[in-house]
Design a protein around this ligand. Structure first.
Ligand code: FMN
Length: 172
């Protein structure tokens, strides 16, 4: 990663979320926590992908909206976007929503040209792993030099630093 310009772009949602045995309110989303660890470890810039509409703090309402957007193959408009052209390496973080990435991440991927860029996906989830997200990234950003993704258990993200460090070693 030395001498490379690195970006950590991520989607994450605070509020009521699924945890083993029930739900819990979190002030900072799990992927956000992992994204900050990665940014610190790689000396990267951080960018949060957010849709104009956003998502309910109420877990069940969020699930309904997430499913509807996926079923309709929507591309939610982003609150803001950025110029990624100067970055060599882009870490892309997202929660697993219903087996893939939240649809604003689809918008982000389609908005940009990943030619010549290394793309490293990381996904927080409660057991489904990266699921279909890698195949979807392949479709949405075929030009990227995509590396193997990292799956992190969302409810254990505070302890994930060693896993992240080990993953970074594989990307050298
Ligand atoms: C709408 C929605 C759908 C989800 N679907 C899945 C799923 O299919 N599989 C899974 O393991 N976890 C699922 N989860 C749990 C999240 O992936 C997990 O809690 C993640 O760490 C949340 O990240 P965040 O706090 O950065 O948003 C879902 C959560 C939400 C809100």
């Amino acid at each position: 990663m030395e001498n490379k310009k690195v970006l950590v772009a991520f989607f994450s949602r605070a509020g009521e979320n699924f945890f083993p045995g029930g739900t819990r309110n979190i002030e900072k989303g799990n992927t956000h926590v992992a994204a900050e660890m990665l940014a610190e470890l790689t000396n990267a810039d951080l960018f949060q992908i957010q849709s104009v509409d956003g998502y309910s703090d109420v877990y069940k309402e969020c699930v309904v909206k997430a499913k509807t957007e996926f079923d309709n193959n929507e591309r939610p408009q982003l609150k803001e976007d950025m110029d990624i052209s100067s970055y060599d390496v882009i870490f892309l973080g997202y929660p697993n929503w219903c087996g893939t990435m939240p649809m604003p991440v689809w918008t982000f991927l389609e908005n940009h040209d990943f030619t010549g860029k290394v793309l490293c996906p990381f996904c927080t989830n409660e057991g489904s792993g990266l699921a279909n997200s890698i195949a979807d990234i392949e479709k949405l950003a075929p030009a990227a030099d995509r590396k193997d993704g990292l799956s992190i258990k969302g409810s254990l993200v505070q302890d994930a630093k060693p896993e992240i460090v080990a993953w970074l070693e594989t990307l050298r």
